[in-house]
Design a protein around this ligand. Structure first.
Ligand code: SER
Length: 326
């Protein structure tokens, strides 16, 4: 990777992946392309920034050629709950966007990273220790678009030799940029609510178990996969990866170890509950561990104390170890 383009730059992953890539490869070598949200000063000032709707193939190609891009991290996508509200738009952005990226990569010799998701599984898939290779009949438009994306990435690799690689990411927990429209968003919202209101109203049932990961592990996974020896990648599109799994009531109990008065109540959103009920409770990620050395650093306790610390600082409250658990 020498010249990199990141789409979806202003999103939850992009806003943290870009600074990491810029510090590894140099600010001028990482072009950030966003569309729906305005870039912050770090994204805008740390290297090239451009506005790009990934459905605009001509502009995409122009940017790739202008900056001599050799690797594209294609993050632009609608998440699961938003996609269920507007399936036609989700198909348009998620599928036509990816198709444009793969065609541009084929014509310009670029490698492509594609973030797949736990959403590629469905109610017919084993939900416990979900295998790397198993039944994939997703129930949501988001899952259908991500599964089609996995297949299309495999096709471009097999047929045209495009260096495509992907991860089936679980719910991502982070404090810098909100996720915006996913089923696992509760696991981010709850931390902000704990520090501002002392209470949180959760849209999933208390015992809904899902796979999760803290953002530093996700960034490490994405970069490690793209740097891995391609000869060892048997499941390139895409690898199950996870770091922890928990339910809303377990997360609330973890937060209460730091904020004793914190309370949670439940107003279940039927759409998001149905989505969560069709996803794995925990995946088997041994293929990622064996083929390219995946190993997460953050468990639930480490994630919770780091989230509370950093959000407290962001909100101008106590930080400096105050929310750590003894
Ligand atoms: N976090 C995503 C969502 O909830 C799953 O990939 O939509």
């Amino acid at each position: 990777m020498k010249k990199i383009l990141v789409t979806g730059a202003t999103g939850q992953i992009g806003s943290e992946l870009i600074p990491a890539l810029r510090s590894a490869y140099g600010g001028a070598n990482v072009v950030a392309a966003g569309y729906r949200r305005s870039p912050d000063a770090e994204l805008f000032g740390g290297g090239p920034y451009c506005s790009l709707d990934v459905r605009n193939a001509a502009l995409l190609c122009e940017i790739v050629q202008k900056y001599h891009i050799d690797t594209i991290f294609h993050l632009a996508s609608l998440l699961s709950a938003v996609a269920e509200r507007n399936p036609q738009l989700a198909w348009d952005i998620n599928m036509h966007g990816l198709n444009n990226i793969l065609e541009t990569a084929r014509l310009n010799g670029c490698a492509v990273f594609f973030p797949s998701s736990i959403g590629v599984f469905g109610s017919g898939t084993p939900r416990k220790n979900t295998p790397q290779v198993t039944i994939q009949r997703p129930d949501t438009l988001y899952g259908i678009s991500k599964l089609t994306g996995e297949l299309l990435c495999d096709y471009y690799h097999r047929r045209f030799g495009v260096e495509t690689r992907g991860l089936r990411l679980p719910g991502l927990i982070s404090y810098k940029t909100p996720p915006g429209g996913g089923t696992t968003d509760y696991a981010v919202e709850i931390f902000f609510a704990a520090l501002t209101e002392g209470t949180y109203c959760c849209f999933l049932k208390p015992d809904t178990r899902l796979d999760m990961m803290y953002m530093p592990d996700a960034i490490h996974a994405i970069i490690s996969l793209m740097e891995a020896d391609g000869g060892k990648l048997n499941h390139r599109n895409a690898y199950n990866v996870t770091a922890m799994n928990f339910t809303p009531e377990e997360l609330a109990a973890q937060i209460r170890l730091s904020i004793k008065e914190f309370s949670i109540r439940y107003e279940v959103d039927a759409v998001r509950q149905a989505i969560a009920d069709s996803w794995p409770q925990f995946m088997d990620d041994s293929a990622a561990r064996n083929e390219w050395g995946w190993s997460p650093c953050y468990d639930l306790a480490a994630t919770a104390s780091d989230m509370l610390e950093n959000i407290a600082v962001k909100l101008g409250k106590k930080g400096d170890g105050y929310y750590g658990v003894e």
